[in-house]
Write a protein that binds this ligand. Structure first.
Ligand code: NOJ
Length: 562
């Protein structure tokens, strides 16, 4: 992207390219702000915090699901795709929120969950009532069971959240669910399913929504043989586009149709795929004929380690270039241990363990005594400033701008994540990053609402309140605000050049306009020499001309900031 086009994006904000280098702030609505005092965050709560979002300086918000839901999976079990959960507000509230955000130049991205509905969705209820062989069952994936009386599941598959992936209904048939039992998978071979999602995309686009985040975008299409493979056999099938369940090439037929919908709007609606696929498969989702952008989760899984960061950045910039998309960067979201915490706990020894990135710590009980909060916070802000300096879009997760840590100590009876229940408590799950935000240092639920919070907030939340941090120039919030404010005039073309530092633990890169980012991943200070005079922002105060350990500095030569 040329600097001229970028400037046009900033000034007129009229081009289709606004998303390419946006800072997108993820709101988990039920835990953001509660305006009606029922313990659940809501749309009017977001509306009441529009000034906060504008002051933060983000370009867009992405809202996790706010649709009617029985909350079997935090709203990712949608009962009605074209409505607002009455506990969270109304469509009119939604419109008012969009209008207020747009008035402050903030775009709105909403979550679309097309792989599965809630079992409370009218379609699924109809399927249950209509019985085997009915058109209503054809919208989902129903099969007869195995064994003489069909009482064995069609296959021994395990759901992503643990436990069986097939569930038997009253008349004896079984249905498939990748996730919780309350999340039956849709049958994407059914034209009615396809048509309904196009209707949903148009519904929200017509209401002014600017883009969509597509939940498990790599899972929609399936190919069910007469005799299903066993779990062990399934694991051996290569994920090369023809796997029965994951990342099938034919999923892009759906996105090609969606692309036509997106492009029928001015500016075109955008989409970002949540696709957990091998790197060489990502460009298919990110191509302009498909969804246009795809999440890159590599940094969610990386240690705070200079060579690892450099490799990931280099690889992902190259990958984005192959599709013509821009890269995405993310350190925290509603599914993982917050990065301030991840960086403050001992790294699990087994580097291949799937639970390595904070998950193992949670599995071991989330012992806060081994958490070095200060170190985690230092590393987290260093990593965030590094990300915000990279070419491409950065996705931020609510609460990280306050420096929030994961809440590990949640009593079993308060837990909500289906992972916890489906693994018999063996896996603690994701509730710890979904605890309602602290807006004030005291008061009921730290200013979240007037009736407590739907997940318990710990006493230490008082130290992270938005109100206190807003007036403290040395707070994490002030650092985020300053970074996001400076990022606009500093933003430039979508490339970088690495500058060798002579230290394996220090990364330095320059953007086309001369903006430089230096991150010291080590403990020993790094001397910036004469460039120290051009430092416009740093996550820790310089010591003379030296950047302390676990810190990032932005260098902007004279004139760059006007
Ligand atoms: C991915 C979402 O990010 C996660 O929160 C959800 O549980 C699953 N998809 C299922 O919808």
């Amino acid at each position: 992207m040329t600097d001229a086009l970028l400037l046009e994006t900033r000034e007129g904000d009229k081009t289709a390219a606004w998303w390419r280098q946006a800072a997108v702030y993820q709101i988990y609505p039920r835990s953001f702000a509660d305006a009606n005092g029922d313990g659940l965050g809501d749309i009017p709560g977001i509306l009441s915090r529009v000034d906060y979002l504008a002051d933060l300086g983000i370009d867009a918000v992405w809202l996790s699901p706010f649709y009617p839901s029985e909350l079997a999976d935090g709203g990712y079990d949608v009962a009605d795709y074209r409505n607002v959960d009455p506990r969270l507000g109304t469509l009119e509230d939604f419109d008012a929120m969009v209008e207020a955000l747009h008035a402050r130049g903030i775009r709105v991205v909403v979550d679309i969950v097309p792989n599965h509905t809630s079992d409370q969705h009218a379609w699924f209820q109809e399927a249950l009532a209509a019985g085997r062989g009915s058109a209503a069952r054809e919208r989902y994936i129903f099969r007869e069971g195995e064994g003489p009386d069909g009482s064995e599941p069609p296959a021994d598959w395990v759901s992503t959240f643990g436990g069986p992936a097939w569930h038997r209904v009253a008349d004896g048939q079984w249905y498939f669910h990748h996730f919780a039992t309350e999340q039956p998978d849709l049958n994407w071979d059914n034209p009615e399913v396809r048509a309904d999602f196009v209707k949903t995309l148009r519904f929200w686009s017509d209401r002014g929504v600017d883009g969509f985040r597509i939940d498990v975008a790599h899972m929609l299409t399936k190919d069910f043989a007469e005799k299903l493979p066993t779990s062990a056999e399934l694991d051996l099938i290569p994920k090369d586009g023809n796997h029965p369940l994951i990342d099938r090439d034919d999923v892009h037929e759906i996105y090609a149709e969606w692309r036509q919908v997106f492009n029928s709007y001015d500016p075109p609606r955008t989409a970002v795929a949540e696709a957990w696929v091998a790197a060489d498969r990502v460009p298919k989702y990110a191509s302009p004929e498909s969804l246009g952008q795809s999440f890159n989760f590599d940094l969610l899984e990386a240690d705070f380690d200079a060579p690892e960061f450099r490799r990931i950045v280099t690889e992902n910039l190259a990958l984005a270039a192959t599709s013509g998309s821009s890269s995405t960067w993310v350190l925290s979201n509603h599914d993982v241990v917050r990065h301030a915490t991840r960086y403050g706990i001992p790294v699990a020894q087994d580097s291949d363990a799937p639970t390595r990135h904070g998950g193992q710590w949670l599995l071991d009980g989330g012992d806060e005594s081994v958490l070095d909060r200060e170190k985690g916070a230092r590393r987290a802000t260093a990593a965030t400033l590094f990300l915000l300096g990279l070419p491409g879009s950065t996705y931020l997760y609510q609460g990280e701008e306050l420096g929030l840590h994961e809440v590990a100590a949640i009593p079993a009876e308060d837990r909500q994540d289906p992972t916890f229940f489906r693994t018999g408590g063996e896996e603690i799950g994701r509730d710890g990053c979904r605890v309602p935000l602290p807006w004030s240092a005291d008061g009921d639920s730290f200013g979240f609402g007037s009736a407590g919070a739907h997940l318990p907030q710990p006493a230490w939340f008082a130290d992270y309140s938005a109100d206190a941090e807003a007036s403290d120039p040395s707070s994490t919030l002030s650092l985020y605000r300053e970074a996001l404010r400076l990022r606009h005039p500093l933003q430039t073309g979508e490339t970088l050049e690495w500058i060798e530092t002579g230290r394996a633990d220090v990364l330095r890169f320059a953007r086309p306009n001369g903006w430089q980012v230096v991150t010291n991943f080590g403990a020993e200070a790094f001397d910036l020499g004469a460039d120290a005079a051009d430092v416009v922002l740093s996550s820790r105060a310089l010591e003379g001309s030296a950047l302390p350990g676990e810190a990032t500095a932005w260098i902007a030569p004279a004139g760059l900031l006007g």
